[in-house]
Design a protein around this ligand. Structure first.
Ligand code: ZN
Length: 234
């Protein structure tokens, strides 16, 4: 009984939130979906996907050889964007992540560098964290991208071995030490020779995504590109 009540409540909450903008909590007008037009227009696009040696690519210069790297929006410039990310990270609003992933896919599609992606790999959460949250937001972003780029999401191809400590108060070097051995490839043979797109929600120093890319780059013939929803300052 308790389960049914819980499910009904969840469905009602879902219906309620589905009619509010994920960016500003205002009711959506007819024809608007997930994010209102005003918030959509104000999302601070970086345009990095069209710029060579953009600030995200520069994060990885001299660290790992990535084919292309971008973050679609500036995290700190826009409250609605921060709210959207908060909604899908901590408030179970999963479809907002898929929606933002589709926006990312539409941007990446404009650049020839992302035209030939063989598979999309979400940055994994540690299994305990994923169990608590019930989903991996990077996987949902990846699904949104996959719908536009017509490339499959490779789930569980990369796993997070250790529960790393919180990264927020660490320096760039400490962050790297903290994550460098945290990721492992499950079936390397299946990824051989592929151009893989690593996807994360917010990129800060790039340490986590660098550790993922490093693990993937051990597979023969693999090319790695990177796409994050947002770039945060650090
Ligand atoms: Zn809005």
């Amino acid at each position: 009984m308790k389960d049914i009540m819980g499910k009904t409540l969840e469905a009602l909450m879902h219906l309620f939130f589905a009619n509010l903008c994920a960016g500003c909590d205002q009711p959506l007008s007819r024809g608007e979906k997930m994010v209102c037009l005003r918030c959509l227009f104000e999302l601070p696009e970086t345009g990095f996907h069209l710029l060579e040696a953009n600030p995200v690519e520069q994060l990885f210069t001299g660290r790992i050889p990535v084919s292309a790297a971008t973050a679609c929006y500036f995290f700190h410039k826009n409250v609605s964007l921060q709210h959207i990310i908060h909604q899908f990270k901590y408030h179970n609003r999963k479809e907002a992540a898929v929606f933002m992933g589709a926006l990312m896919g539409n941007m990446l599609k404009q650049s020839v560098q992302y035209a030939y992606i063989d598979g999309i790999i979400p940055v994994p959460l540690h299994s305990k964290k994923q169990m608590l949250r019930g989903y991996n937001q990077s996987e949902l972003l990846s699904e949104g991208i996959a719908g536009v780029l017509q490339a499959p999401v490779i789930k569980n191809g990369l796993v997070r071995m250790t529960a790393t400590e919180s990264q927020t108060k660490k320096s760039r070097l400490d962050r790297w030490q903290n994550v460098k051995d945290a990721f492992q490839i499950v079936k390397p043979a299946a990824l051989k020779g592929k151009h893989l797109l690593l996807v994360d929600d917010v990129i800060t120093t790039g340490a986590t995504i660098e550790a993922c890319a490093e693990a993937l780059l051990h597979i023969p013939g693999v090319k790695v590109s990177i796409a994050a929803l947002a770039k945060a300052d650090y």
